[in-house]
Design a protein around this ligand. Structure first.
Ligand code: SF4
Length: 703
């Protein structure tokens, strides 16, 4: 129908875990414009460069997948087919493989970009109806170490603090994160707070001098992998100087004496040497923290993407626990989620080792509760394959088929060479995506076009447990369908009975009811309430409930005895791939300001390419001089697994012995040119299975 007037809708940005509110205006000709939602509690009208340019991504269909396609054989070209033909084939192949090899011979790999309803449906489909826990997501690459850390220390995957605590705190410890580029609106709030209160203290811990450091009172430029040594040295000084909250420790925690003995095994001088920072800076950081009225720690992939990522998380959480800086205004751990809905995915149990509504997969009573709710005999007990395990299993033909939803593993997973071999070897690959540029498409047997942002409705949960409703504003192009519809149509082709939804809100309410009585209870939420409020923080246990900005205000934690655990790691030392004379440099990877993940969306916006349009290597002048490398030279970076060629940026912003590559670029000129994950390794944290992206041994030479 022809529109004769403009419309305004409110929704949420689909990029990062900050979760900014957006007003979308569609004019009479259907043209889309976006602006920050001035009434939204997260961004108060502000948007970062990615958010501001979202309308270009929506309006430009030139790169979109428009109809289902199929390869009748691996070496055949893609051919357009109908949805019925595509899903009949998917169902026939999955049935055949499962009948022959069992349910664990298939796997689903989804995304922290998926909406909660999509996560819920794929989780129910895979764990309840297909009968395998082989459902993992790229959240494994993002927050899984933080999840395990929270569960071990606080008894639940539950972020205690809120963004509103930022304006109430007077000391910030930002570790392994560059919010100036990766969580810009949150950083803007921190900047404003510092502008109004110059006396507040900001400590940044990072081997790189990032843009975030410009705001820091203290930058601790540590050696990669020495984070726990640093946090323990800070803890030791806090204890020595009586800057801890003894009453809180005594009344609400377990494990302090063990921890104290542990941290006193290393002197502050030894720690300073290991970390390559000064003793006085360690003491200064501890003094800032110990004298704070409100202390907030923020962290992201620099801690999580580590072979000892969980222990790093625990060591950082300990700083909040021994100072009693949790569960009160202006305090608490506040992990910064990378993806917009990694937390929503965890709420529905959408990972290989999780169960719906934060229930415990290892608990047979919990499994049966979920099975009964879904109307299936059981949910499998054995955790499924995680992201890296899934592709290794494909390569070894233990997994026969994979269904990839809204993610581009050929660029984003570590050791890209293995992922490429795995996809070549896989018997059947389904790629469900919006973009015709996803690198993984070249190995797809079946391609399913999905609807994107503004083309479907649903919900997401941001880093502070805030659930937002996302509006459908426009129709998807061509024959693209919302992901929930694709998955439900497939389920029906498999003759599964539990997928007959008429509307998306029925899926949401089914998920919400399943949370009743749990620590993440949102049984008081439905679309009507969300559309009225726009966003609300869980738990929301009853209709009309105002949401919960801050957890643990009563200091009752979610552990069996209600006390938080101060845990000491088995070892403080890094377990990453060692450097060697052949590979003497440490490669760390990360994001740049204006690109998102593997650039399938941001890469098509010219304005966003103007910031940093090509991949690059950051190298310290001393390391560059040793290799006769000048700024702008083409260099080749080599690891045991592969190589990458980019231009060098010679800068003192990075420590000697460390180099940095952005992770975004994949298929550019040729695969050796900029695909960073040619170099990274598949070491993972044993507890979280999160890969060690921040530490690979490499060599660099002039090309
Ligand atoms: Fe979107 Fe994140 Fe930028 Fe906010 S900070 S506009 S959520 S990308």
């Amino acid at each position: 129908m022809k529109k004769n007037k403009s419309h305004r809708f409110k929704t949420t940005c689909s990029y990062c875990g900050v979760g900014c509110g957006i007003v979308v205006e569609q004019d009479a000709k259907g043209k889309i414009r976006v602006e920050g939602d001035a009434e939204h509690p997260v961004n108060r009208g502000m948007l970062c460069s990615k958010g501001m340019n979202l309308h270009y991504v929506v309006s430009d269909h030139s790169d979109r997948l428009l109809y289902p396609e199929m390869r009748w054989a691996k070496n055949q070209p893609r051919q357009r087919v109908s949805w019925d033909t595509a899903l009949d084939r998917a169902a026939a192949v999955f049935k055949t493989i499962i009948d022959k090899y069992g349910p664990d011979s298939v796997g689903f790999y989804a995304s922290g970009q998926c909406l909660t309803e999509e996560y819920y449906i794929v989780n129910k489909l895979v764990k309840g109806y297909l009968g395998t826990n082989n459902l993992d997501t790229n959240s494994r690459l993002c927050m899984s170490s933080a999840v395990v850390g929270y569960k071990m220390a606080l008894g639940e995957d539950a972020v205690p603090a809120s963004y509103e605590d930022i304006e109430l705190a007077d000391c910030f410890f930002i570790a392994g994160a560059n919010p100036a580029w990766c969580h810009p609106i949150l950083f803007r709030r921190l900047e404003q707070h510092k502008e109004q209160h110059p006396e507040i203290k900001i400590i940044v811990v990072d081997p790189r001098r990032t843009k975030t450091c410009a705001l820091a009172d203290l930058h601790l430029q540590i050696n990669p992998g020495t984070d726990i040594v640093l946090y323990h040295a800070i803890a030791r000084y806090l204890i020595e100087e009586n800057l801890i909250d003894e009453a809180f420790v005594q009344n609400h925690t377990d494990g302090f004496e063990n921890f104290k003995n542990f941290v006193f095994q290393t002197s502050i001088e030894e720690a300073a040497f290991i970390c390559d920072v000064s003793v006085s800076d360690i003491k200064l950081a501890a003094t800032y923290i110990g004298n704070a009225n409100g202390f907030i720690s923020m962290w992201a992939m620099g801690l999580n993407q580590s072979v000892i990522g969980v222990d790093k998380n625990l060591a950082l959480l300990n700083l909040s626990l021994i100072t009693g800086q949790i569960g009160k205004p202006g305090s608490g751990p506040l992990s910064l989620t990378g993806q917009p809905n990694a937390m929503g995915g965890r709420e529905v149990g959408g990972m290989a080792n999780l169960l719906s509504a934060h229930r415990d997969l290892a608990n047979p009573v919990h499994r049966q509760e979920v099975a009964n709710y879904w109307g299936v005999p059981s949910v499998p007990a054995q955790p499924g394959l995680t992201a890296t395990e899934m592709f290794r299993a494909l390569r070894e033909d233990k997994l026969k088929a994979v269904w990839i939803i809204c993610t581009n593993p050929l660029v984003s997973l570590p050791e890209a060479g293995i992922i490429e071999e795995a996809l070549k070897k896989a018997r059947f690959v389904v790629v469900q995506d919006i973009s015709n540029k996803a690198d993984t498409l070249q190995y797809a047997d079946l391609i399913l076009p999905a609807a994107g942002w503004l083309e479907k409705e649903g919900t997401m949960t941001n880093s502070e447990r805030r659930i937002s409703y996302l509006n459908k504003v426009v129709s998807p192009p061509g024959e693209a369908l919302p992901d929930v519809e694709i998955l439900c149509r497939f389920a029906k082709k498999m003759n599964f009975s539990g997928f007959d939804y008429k509307r998306t809100d029925e899926i949401y309410e089914e998920h919400a009811r399943l949370t009743k009585g749990t620590n993440i209870d949102i049984s008081g939420l439905n679309y009507e309430a969300l559309q009225e409020k726009r966003s609300i923080q869980w738990p929301v246990p009853a209709l009309g409930h105002e949401g919960t900005p801050r957890l643990f205000t009563d200091h009752q934690f979610y552990t069996p005895n209600k006390r938080a655990k101060i845990l000491s790691p088995a070892s403080v030392h890094n377990q990453s791939e060692p450097v060697s004379p052949e590979f003497p440099l440490i490669l760390t990877t990360g994001r740049i300001r204006d690109q998102w993940h593997t650039m399938t969306r941001t890469g098509k916006v010219n304005k966003l390419k103007q910031h940093l349009g090509k991949p690059f290597l950051e190298i310290n002048p001393l390391d560059a001089a040793l290799r006769d490398i000048n700024d702008g030279d083409t260099v080749e970076i080599v690891s045991q697994r592969g190589k990458v060629r980019v231009n060098a940026v010679v800068t003192t912003d990075i420590k000697t012995g460390v180099i940095f590559l952005p992770m975004h670029w994949g298929k550019i000129l040729n695969r050796d040119f900029g695909r960073t994950n040619n170099l990274t390794n598949t070491l993972v944290d044993l507890k979280s299975k999160e890969p060690d992206f921040k530490f690979s041994a490499v060599q660099v030479q002039k090309y």
